[in-house]
Design a binder for this molecule. Structure first.
Ligand SMILES: *Cc1c(COP(=O)(O)O)cnc(C)c1O
Length: 398
């Protein structure tokens, strides 16, 4: 017999969580086991791009579940072929490897870059990444991340990652040496608090990496799949990276991720890469349903409109309550609170039935479903407005 005395205690306590159990989701709404309803602007951490349990994903899963679950990664299956071909068709990349999580896709990107270095760059293996960057929680992806809190953890780190400063091309140039093989970044640093690379920086980075024969790797696990108003964020900067990773939104709520590479960079040989569930037909069937929905032109146009509306509403709120800037693009936005009151606002919003995220103590991040409605945005803004009014009144009294 185990020792758990409360149902929550049987799970490893890896983060602070409200003692609430969620049992049902639909679109922008979640229900807990007491029947309380929440308006969700977290959406599984920018995962549920079509909202909670969308019919297209549920139907694709149900149909595929009856047909074929796992033929083994040693054989081809139809959904993974269809999804790989659809991704290639909609991007600048030529080949795809499917993974089960963003971190695993990034591990694959790091391995692919090292393989490329071994084959084409005299064994070069260093990858330039960025302060503030987040690439996942495996040992290599934590080492690639530039998150301060990771620094003392799980030493020794995987070697070969040097950190530059976002939007500072000279800081990248200074780190390039004969051991460098790639530059890897998030087009918008999500976990750090929604800090965008400028389009100009991305374009200059592409030119710099080309000039030195380096691979450019974009981690679009958070920014990809329509999140910033284009199918992939790199399109905003009109560049073609060599490698891209996708996760989160690509499965619309199921664990699916992908590593994409151009023909030139796609250099794995037999035995270099694999995994039991990679390209699993069940997950790929969900991914295909998601991609087909998002790639429809009217869908992205509506998502762009929703993003602009949310941005303008947040700006209005900021002006009204004397807060800071609104950052980000599309439906990945942050509101600078100027003060470390994120946690307190989150808790009050949770009470009021609105789920918000605070990636940094002085910022709120908004990552609703891409098909969020104006009414839902309005309801979230009204709730936040009421909380900020209360917080402001408390501050004036204090
Ligand atoms: C979430 C995230 C990851 C990690 O993905 P997991 O599926 O949690 O492993 C990596 N990079 C970025 C930019 C992310 O937002």
């Amino acid at each position: 017999m185990g020792i758990a005395t409360h149902p929550f205690d049987a799970l490893m306590d890896i983060t602070a969580r409200p003692k609430t159990v969620f049992v049902k989701g639909e679109g922008s709404w979640l229900w807990d086991d007491t029947g309380k309803r929440y308006l969700d602007f977290i959406q599984g951490w920018a995962v549920n791009c079509l909202g909670h349990s969308p019919d297209v994903v549920a139907d694709a899963l149900a149909a595929q579940a009856r047909l074929l679950l796992s033929p083994s990664p040693a054989f081809y299956n139809a959904p993974s072929l269809k999804l790989a071909n659809a991704l290639v068709e909609h991007s600048c990349f030529d080949q795809v490897f499917f993974a089960n999580s963003g971190a695993e896709a990034n591990e694959g990107a790091i391995k692919l870059a090292r393989k490329y270095g071994a084959l084409h760059r005299n064994g070069a293996y260093e990858i330039i990444t960025f302060e503030g960057g987040f690439h996942g929680r495996t040992l290599a992806t934590m080492s690639a991340s530039g998150k301060k809190a990771f620094e003392p953890l799980f030493e020794p780190k995987v070697p070969g990652f040097r950190k530059a400063l976002l939007n500072d091309l000279a800081s990248v140039r200074r780190l390039i040496n004969s051991k460098t093989v790639a530059v890897m970044l998030e087009p918008i640093q999500g976990e750090a608090g929604v800090w965008p690379a400028t389009d100009q920086f991305l374009s200059e980075l592409r030119a710099l990496t080309k000039e030195h024969g380096l691979l450019l790797i974009v981690d679009e696990i958070q920014t990809g799949m329509g999140r910033t108003g284009k199918l992939f964020h790199y399109e905003h900067a009109d560049i073609e990276p060599d490698i891209m990773t996708l996760g989160k939104g690509i499965g619309g709520g199921v664990p699916l991720a992908a590593l994409l590479a151009t023909e030139h960079a796609s250099c794995f040989e037999h035995g270099d890469q694999g995994g039991t569930f990679n390209g699993n037909p069940l997950m790929c069937a969900a991914g295909l349903a998601v991609l087909e929905s998002i790639a429809a032109p009217a869908f992205l146009k509506a998502a762009v409109d929703a993003g602009l509306f949310l941005e303008s509403e947040l700006q209005r709120l900021s002006a009204r309550h004397g807060l800071g800037e609104v950052r980000g693009r599309g439906l990945l936005l942050a509101l600078d609170l100027k003060l470390p009151m994120g946690a307190s606002i989150l808790a009050q919003a949770f009470e009021a039935g609105v789920l918000l995220n605070s990636p940094q103590p002085d910022a709120l991040r908004f990552m609703p479903a891409l098909n969020v409605t104006r009414d839902e945005i309005g309801a979230m803004i009204d709730c936040l407005d009421a909380i900020l009014t209360k917080v402001g009144a408390a501050r004036r009294v204090a």
